[in-house]
Write a protein that binds this ligand. Structure first.
Ligand SMILES: O=C(O)C[C@H](O)C(=O)O
Length: 508
């Protein structure tokens, strides 16, 4: 028996903290490579523009060491703990790893967003330091500790799917049934992680773990499948991309950049299948501790980013939010590019819930929404003289149930990401207002358009407070116009047909 290797508490904390900081601003290079290829191949103009924003944002974050997305995620840590290692600590492993999370998320040079709420069914209190993480530990032979760290965005996690299938059910068919219901809230193009087999909880864990693997679909397709699982990955990849959802649901050729699958033996009575998408803010890294000190990740080469520099569309229409009128809003058409300047309000899940509670109780609202635009966002706190940290859009679909209530307050426009549901689209056209979309996963780029920021209500909600932003040339696209034309429905249908009729993906 070997002498045990000592893993110092501080080394584990420092390693976790450093890896979380790293993945907040560096995309994995395999993702950047695949996204660069998707950009070069994309034929849908709106989708190509969205990918260009994501790539430009990615480079800015790598250079500026600020988060790729305002949603800096819930932390998943997978430890493969070598049986010859012992942790030198009086605290539990969960507490030690959480200390690393706390250190990363409260770093004064690159403060990350605290998104974790305790007491999720009731008071939903923000823990303020993004702890606790979701920790998974597996004991393995050896004298090292393998660490996979991921920071999973809420929008993509929300679109996770799971089914206890019958043994003879078809997995590809099930995946294709799920894609329309996932909409664009998971910020495609990204990855699909699929778990097959085990029990219910094992299957879901496999799906999440599969997302830790690097993107290699191009290489796989080139050499051809050697196993049934590899063939299934290719079949799902081809079939999902043929659906034409495209980047941000705007219709196009790239919906998924890869499909990963892990499997495990299961009971004869069933076939559990889970699918978890990973968004454009793909964030994960792997490090190993061997007892010699903390492990640090190597800096990527900034020249490896594709030479894509997004610029606002010269044809985009400039809109003065301080002089917004119903006539102006009615003149916008689905697909129009706008550059917004002036003042807008913000608000997301918790603020909408509180507004509803106040209205139900007959209380006066602290903010007048008449004639205003609201941006669904929870920004990162500013650092080093910033006005605001990265501040990209959150999923608008979650605000659908509050839309009529808010339009009754006199709102003229809403800004978010992803599609609106049929009921919300009906309400939008009835009130003759509009829903505008900003690019999810381009949060640092978007925040450059924000010139001033102040909290105007519900300060206790932290990032979910109502802010007033003053913006200059913030780029958005009209996703639902005042006549109810809905880009997220029309564009994927158009691209699905085009892909089929013109064989656009046949050679890929
Ligand atoms: O929480 C957020 O800021 C965004 C969220 O991840 C979402 O995609 O809706």
């Amino acid at each position: 028996m070997n002498d045990p290797v000592t893993i110092r508490e501080e080394d584990l904390i420092e390693t976790i903290a450093d890896a979380l900081q790293y993945i907040s601003y560096y995309h994995p290079m395999d993702y950047i490579g695949a996204l660069g290829e998707a950009h070069a191949a994309e034929q849908g103009a709106a989708a190509r523009d969205a990918i260009a924003q994501i790539l430009t944002n990615s480079r800015m974050c790598a250079e500026g060491h600020r988060p790729i997305c305002q949603d800096t995620g819930i932390v998943n840590v997978f430890l493969k703990w070598g049986q010859d290692c012992r942790l030198e600590s009086g605290r539990s492993l969960q507490e030690v790893v959480d200390e690393g999370v706390r250190r990363a998320y409260t770093d004064p040079d690159n403060t990350l967003r605290a998104s974790i709420l305790a007491d999720p069914a009731f008071t939903r209190r923000n823990t303020r330091d993004n702890t606790p993480c979701v920790l998974d530990v597996e004991m393995v032979p050896g004298a090292t500790v393998g660490i996979d760290v991921a920071a999973k965005g809420g929008g993509s996690e929300n679109k996770s799917k799971f089914k206890m299938m019958n043994p003879s059910d078809n997995i590809v068919e099930w995946v294709l049934e799920q894609i329309p219901s996932m909409g664009a809230g998971w910020c495609p193009p990204g990855m699909l992680g699929i778990g097959i087999g085990g029990t219910a909880e094992k299957c879901i864990k496999l799906a999440k773990q599969s997302l830790m693997e690097p993107i290699d679909m191009a290489q796989l397709k080139e050499r051809g499948a050697r196993t049934d699982i590899e063939q299934l990955r290719i079949d799902i990849y081809d079939a999902v991309n043929a659906m034409g959802v495209g980047a941000q649901g705007l219709g196009g050729l790239a919906t998924v950049l890869d499909v990963k699958i892990l499997d495990w033996p299961c009971h004869a009575a069933g076939k559990p299948v889970a699918m978890i998408p990973n968004c454009a803010a793909t964030r994960h890294a792997h490090v190993t501790l061997d007892g010699s000190g903390p492990a640090y990740l190597a800096q990527p080469d900034l020249d490896a980013w594709p030479d894509v520099r997004w610029e606002p569309d010269a044809e985009a229409k400039r809109v003065d939010l301080d002089a917004l009128t119903p006539g102006e809003v009615a003149s916008w058409e689905g697909g129009d590019r706008l550059l917004l300047s002036g003042r807008m309000l913000t608000g997301r899940d918790a603020a909408h819930k509180r507004i509803k509670d106040m209205l139900d109780a007959g209380e006066q609202l602290p903010v007048d929404f008449r004639g205003r635009a609201i941006y669904y966002v929870g920004p990162v706190d500013p650092v080093l003289g910033e006005v605001v940290g990265p501040a990209g859009p959150t999923t608008a679909t979650r605000m659908d149930k509050f839309t009529e209530m808010m339009l009754d307050q006199g709102l003229l426009a809403m800004i978010g990401k992803a599609e609106r549901g049929a009921d919300a689209v009906e309400v939008i056209s009835r009130f003759k207002v509009a829903y505008l979309m900003a690019t999810g996963g381009a949060a640092y780029l978007v925040s450059r358009a924000i010139k001033a920021s102040r909290v105007v209500a519900f300060e206790d909600l932290g990032m979910e407070a109502i802010y007033e932003f003053t913006v200059k040339d913030m780029p958005v696209t009209v996703a639902v116009d005042s006549r109810g034309n809905n880009v997220h429905t029309l564009a994927p249908l158009h691209w699905r047909r085009k892909i089929r009729e013109e064989g656009l993906l046949a050679a890929k």
